[in-house]
Design a protein around this ligand. Structure first.
Ligand code: NAD
Length: 253
């Protein structure tokens, strides 16, 4: 079965690690020509093409998007995935950190998309997929700033989908639960009891385990592909049932 991704040109931000790398690999395996933009793109091996840029720096980002589009012969798919985390309640993060996280997680999507739009408009299979989060739809403790940034990504996804549908560009997002990536590895390493913290994060998801980066990549690749041609303005949860299910406690033996 063909995926419809064969020969399409795809750009993934934050594509050198975790969800972005798994997505870039899967799109490539399914026949797309793939470029990644990252602070350090060395984690993305050939045939992925790496370009260095910070999504908070409009000048270098525009140059990287242009270089990627020239290398690929255009752009059909943009995956806005670069993002950073923040822990704390509304009392805990200084203003500078609020500006920094919103700059990466929200304005990063804005800058990359507006640089890519001229190329997407020229595509006959144009699609944008944003990596959002369960933090946009469920209240999680100690994630005030991060949740605000992903709530903005969810709203931005819907607004962008409305603005660009008549140009033939679909816009969707994925809402992962806790995913086993280097990011979460760093969080676990910093915990007092990493094994207990991993068990607690896994138990928070009805499947009882962390999501894999490959499972999120599969959802992104679907939304990005022509197979999802009638799907725009949606958020696809990839969260082990965390957003939608209410289980009763397991019966005690
Ligand atoms: P990761 O840290 O493994 O990878 C993130 C990549 O983004 C890194 O390669 C990093 O260099 C790059 N990056 C960070 N800031 C950048 C910048 N300013 N410019 C360019 N590149 C930058 O993280 P991950 O877990 O794969 O997360 C990827 C996305 O998934 C993020 O948007 C994150 O918010 C989202 N997400 C992650 C989880 C999770 O549990 N891991 C859950 C929900 C959503």
């Amino acid at each position: 079965m063909t995926t419809g991704l064969e020969g399409l040109a795809a750009l993934v931000t934050g594509g050198a690690s975790g969800i972005g790398l798994a997505t870039a690999r899967l799109l490539s395996e399914q026949g797309a020509n793939v470029a990644v933009i990252d602070l350090d793109p060395r984690g993305a091996p050939a045939p992925l093409r790496g370009f260095t840029a910070d999504v908070t720096d409009d000048h270098s980002l525009r140059a990287a998007v242009q270089a990627a589009a020239e290398a690929l012969g255009g752009l059909d798919i943009l995956v806005n995935n670069a993002g950073i985390g923040a822990a704390g309640t509304v009392e805990d993060n200084p203003d500078e950190q609020w500006h920094r996280v919103l700059d990466v997680n929200v304005l990063g999507v804005v800058r990359t998309t507006r640089a890519a739009l001229p190329y997407l408009r020229a595509s006959r299979a144009a699609s944008v997929v944003n990596t959002c989060s369960i933090a946009a739809t469920a209240g999680l403790p100690q994630r005030a700033l991060y949740s605000a940034s992903k709530g903005a990504v969810l709203a931005l996804t819907l607004a962008m989908a409305a603005d660009h549908i008549r140009e033939g560009i679909r816009v969707n997002c994925v809402n992962p639960g806790t995913v086993d990536t280097p990011w979460v590895g760093r969080l676990l390493d910093a915990a007092a009891d990493p094994a207990a913290e991993r068990a607690a994060l896994g138990a928070r998801q009805p499947t009882g385990r962390l999501v894999t980066a490959e499972e999120v990549a599969a959802a992104i690749a679907y939304l990005a592909s022509p197979a999802a041609g009638s799907t725009t303005g949606t958020a696809l949860a990839v969260d082990g049932g965390m957003a939608g299910l209410r289980l009763r406690p397991e019966p005690q033996p």
